[in-house]
Design a protein around this ligand. Structure first.
Ligand code: DX5
Ligand code: ZN
Length: 218
């Protein structure tokens, strides 16, 4: 179905209790589980690798939405597929052969996504639309949770919505999504919203439920 998906980023979860945290957000009604992979090279932070994706896989009943902020990505795609990713999203800026990399992700049996940094224009993906299952618009510069939403990206979301036309491609937004900014994204045409700090603030499953519901109703 094409209703708006809420994808909490586990970057803001308690890393010592990831399995429980994933179970908690699913019990509280999230649609996808968003996993932020950072390499300290493409972005100035290091998070998790395929072993951690594999470890949380048995706890995820919904969809494992894996966002790779790594360069190069190609040498690691098979490992992330085997670890149980449902969607693998790579960055358009992360390598010279986006068309080939996206084809490779699908050949591994995963849905293929591409993400655009705030400074990257939508024209970067104009010729790979038929290779895509998801487009992820960054509304912060990737690397850290808890940054503020870049209003400049709302126009890009709208333009990409037009580019997608009637293709079956999800349009996901990531970074600074809160009950205040979610309506801007939805109005511009987003149909999946990533939220890290706005979902995990408070720290209890009841808080997660309230936070997810607040974003959804906004
Ligand atoms: C940014 C990551 C995001 C981020 C979202 O580098 O890709 O998924 O963790 O966190 P919030 O919602 O706190 O901006
Ligand atoms: Zn992300």
């Amino acid at each position: 179905d094409r209703s708006i998906k809420i994808a909490p980023s586990i970057l803001s979860a308690d890393f010592a209790r990831l399995g429980e945290e994933v179970q908690a957000i699913e019990a509280q009604g999230c649609d996808w589980v968003h996993v932020d992979v950072m390499d300290g090279h493409f972005v100035p932070n290091i998070t998790i690798g395929p072993n951690v994706v594999k470890a949380i896989r048995p706890h995820v009943k919904t969809v494992m939405d894996v966002h790779l902020m790594i360069a190069p990505a190609d040498p690691y795609l098979e490992a992330f597929a085997k670890a149980g990713s449902d969607i693998i999203t790579i960055h358009a800026e992360a390598g010279p052969h986006l068309d080939r990399s996206l084809d490779y992700i699908r050949s591994l049996g995963c849905k293929a996504g591409v993400s655009l940094n705030p400074s990257t224009p939508e024209s970067a993906i104009e010729y790979v639309l038929d290779r895509l299952d998801l487009i992820l618009v960054m509304t912060v510069n990737p690397g850290f949770g808890g940054q503020s939403f870049l209003q400049s990206q709302v126009e890009k979301i709208g333009r990409i919505r037009k580019m997608i036309g009637d293709r079956p491609i999800w349009l996901e937004v990531d970074g600074g999504v809160t009950p205040d900014t979610a309506p801007l994204c939805a109005a511009a045409g987003a149909d999946a919203l990533v939220a890290g700090s706005a979902v995990f603030k408070g720290g209890t499953p009841e808080d997660y439920g309230r936070n997810i519901a607040a974003i959804r109703s906004a």
